[in-house]
Design a protein around this ligand. Structure first.
Ligand SMILES: [Cu+2]
Length: 271
């Protein structure tokens, strides 16, 4: 574009609007903490989309504002503007640029999804049951069932989820992962927790009057503390009189999922 008398004021307007937009993006803490590898990948893509959107927003808003102020007609001016035809260069630019951006986002999103769902061989497998209006978690290799999900930090977790009644949805915002739990099928969710702490599991699919209170906790623990907890829980299950295999805590045949991650469905610990 050639320099005209509009160039400098337009550039000043762009700097001002751009600075305001960037400040709003940077100085407000928009996103929840990141507590899984998945969250970091999702956020990188999200910030790319945000920065590109802010650049386009800045250009469009500046030109619009400048044109509205600079070319405003007088109150009693009823004349038509000069006739104009299309501008081929402009039309090519505003077609090609969005097409390229969309292609980049599509490829990037595909890569993020495949990375997020890549299975690790040493993953911890946990069975999840969703029902109106509660979550329960079963550790197939330990015959332990809990209302809160406890996992060790730094090890991938695979959830195998089933619903007893209607559709629910497992969502932990710090992990940036979300998956429907559908009656009749087993859905899976993968996450790699990388920060110890307690996070909320939220049911993200309207499932009835108690939907709003259908919450549980994910407690991400140091590996040693986790091991201690699962050992204690396993011993309690073995000692309980109603345990499915009293006085013998060894897993049922085929349920030894430690490391294999491929547990057949229907372990004795299912309620
Ligand atoms: Cu629900």
């Amino acid at each position: 574009m050639l320099r005209s008398r509009h160039t400098v004021p337009l550039l000043i307007l762009m700097v001002v609007i751009g600075a305001i937009s960037v400040s709003v993006a940077l100085f407000i803490d928009w996103l929840p903490d990141q507590a899984a590898d998945q969250a970091e990948r999702v956020d990188q893509l999200l910030w790319f989309v945000i920065w590109v959107s802010l650049a386009i927003f800045t250009i469009v808003t500046s030109v619009l504002l400048y044109a509205a102020i600079r070319f405003r007609v007088g109150e009693d001016d009823d004349a038509d503007g000069p006739p104009t035809h299309g501008n081929t260069t402009l039309e090519v630019v505003w077609t090609v640029v969005p097409a390229v951006l969309l292609a980049v986002v599509a490829v990037w999103a595909y890569l993020v999804l495949s990375d997020n769902e890549a299975l690790a061989s040493d993953r911890l497998v946990v069975d999840v049951t969703a029902e109106q209006f509660a979550w329960s978690f079963t550790y197939p290799d330990a015959q332990v069932e809990t209302g809160d999900l406890r996992v060790p930090v730094g090890r991938q977790v695979e959830l195998k989820m089933r619903a007893k009644d209607v559709i629910h949805d497992f969502y932990v915002k710090e992990f940036r992962v979300k998956q429907d739990v559908v009656p009749g099928i087993t859905t899976r969710l993968i996450f790699d927790p990388n920060k110890t702490g307690t996070y909320q599991v939220i049911c993200a699919e309207l499932c009835g009057v108690g939907h709003g209170v259908m919450r549980a906790r994910v407690i991400v623990m140091e590996p040693g503390a986790y091991q201690q907890w699962i050992d204690t829980a396993r011993r309690e299950v073995a000692a309980a009189p109603s345990a499915p295999a009293p006085a013998d805590a060894s897993p049922a045949p085929g349920t030894d999922a430690a490391g294999s991650g491929d547990t057949p469905e229907g372990t004795p610990a299912q309620p």
